[in-house]
Design a binder for this molecule. Structure first.
Ligand code: NAD
Ligand code: UDP
Length: 315
């Protein structure tokens, strides 16, 4: 039996890549964790190692429908995150972000729970300000192929702040920048998983555009630490708060690093750059440093080593 004093924590999207690492950390510190997922991009195997824990429970549920449970804290992560997955059914993606936020916020309002939203650097679109501070309002194409995700997440942020102003709901909104690590879906089309899988299989590495676009890659353990610190901080820490690694790389540099680290014989082939693909992205994390004393500790090379080992183990 889990302790009656343990915090009851709901993690939506808990069987996904980031969610499964978050559940692991919460279970390890003794919280009573309810993981909710519809398994669209997440899998039971991501949390299989937690199923025997007395303080972990897994529920199949679609967050676009209301959920009636009693909780003290909510981490709202449910939403496909890779461009390939969120563009597969764009209407459902917007519903998941917007209806999912409304349902999670309604639950927070009824139970008095604190609620954290996993927003995204995509709210900045293709940014004209670099690196991106939280005060930058963004450059998003509202009718492009990425809009279902970007605008869905922007609307969710609006809902969070309106619930906060209108109902005093204690909110936390973190804007997550590109995060990678073990349990990323091998076929989700994101750049780190693609490059590692292609290298390990000795097939060509697909570089979109000329590879001069930039991203900043945060290892999942660092990110989860930041999310938990934000939740645990006092209620003035509503955010929005950037969480990401400020070390910026071109995508070509990433391809070359993965080839070097895997010893792959793969060649690099150029493919067209997808529409609205941001040309640069790098977080300004001054706020997170100041407010929750957080900055990433794991450099790209170390994180890639662990991620490559994971993909080797599942191949
Ligand atoms: P993921 O796709 O692995 O996880 C998302 C999870 O949500 C999956 O388990 C999926 O099955 C579940 N889900 C999707 N729709 C659902 C629905 N309607 N009902 C219930 N569950 C549903 O992606 P991730 O990388 O772990 O991302 C988790 C969260 O973090 C997402 O909200 C994403 O927008 C955000 N985020 C991630 C990154 C990143 O780089 N990984 C960057 C910015 C923001
Ligand atoms: N990318 C690439 N090859 C791939 C997958 C992605 O060159 O096989 C590029 C993509 O065009 C983008 C960057 O890598 O510029 C990051 O893409 P990802 O899908 O991981 O996430 P995004 O940051 O675009 O949401």
């Amino acid at each position: 039996m889990s302790s009656l004093l343990a915090k009851k924590v709901l993690v939506t999207g808990g069987a996904g890549f980031i969610g499964s690492h978050l559940c692991e950390r919460l279970v390890a510190r003794g919280d009573d964790v309810l993981c909710v997922d519809n398994f669209f991009t997440g899998t039971k195997s991501n949390v299989a190692h937690l199923l025997d824990a007395k303080n972990f429970e897994l529920l199949r549920h679609d967050v676009t429908f209301p959920l009636y449970v009693e909780v003290d804290e909510i981490y709202n992560l449910a939403c496909p995150a890779s461009p390939v997955h969120y563009q597969y059914d764009p209407v459902q993606t917007t519903k998941t972000s917007v209806h999912g936020a409304i349902n999670a916020l309604g639950l927070a309002k009824r139970t008095g729970a604190k609620i954290l939203q996993s927003s995204t650097s995509e709210v900045y679109g293709d940014p004209e300000v670099h690196p991106q501070p939280e005060s930058y309002k963004g450059n998003v194409n509202p009718i492009g192929p990425r809009a279902c995700y970007d605008e869905g997440k922007r609307c969710a942020e609006t809902l969070f702040f309106d619930y906060h102003r209108q109902h005093n709901t204690p909110i936390r909104v973190c804007r997550i920048f590109n995060t990678y690590g073990p349990r990323m879906h091998p076929d989700d089309g994101r750049v780190v998983s693609n490059f590692i899988m292609q290298s390990l299989q000795g097939i060509p590495i697909t570089l979109y555009g000329d590879g001069s676009q930039t991203r900043s890659f945060c290892y999942v353990d660092d990110l989860v630490e930041g999310m938990m610190r934000m939740m645990d901080a006092d209620d003035t820490n509503t955010g929005p708060m950037n969480l990401g690694n400020p070390d910026e790389f071109t995508i070509r540099q990433l391809a070359e690093l993965v080839i070097e680290m895997t010893g792959a014989k793969s060649e690099i082939v150029l493919k067209p750059l997808p529409q609205d693909d941001p040309m640069q992205r790098c977080p300004d994390i001054s706020l997170a440093k100041l407010a929750i004393d957080w900055e990433p500790a794991i450099p790209l090379r170390d994180g890639l080593e662990r991620t490559i080992a994971y993909f080797k183990s599942i191949l």
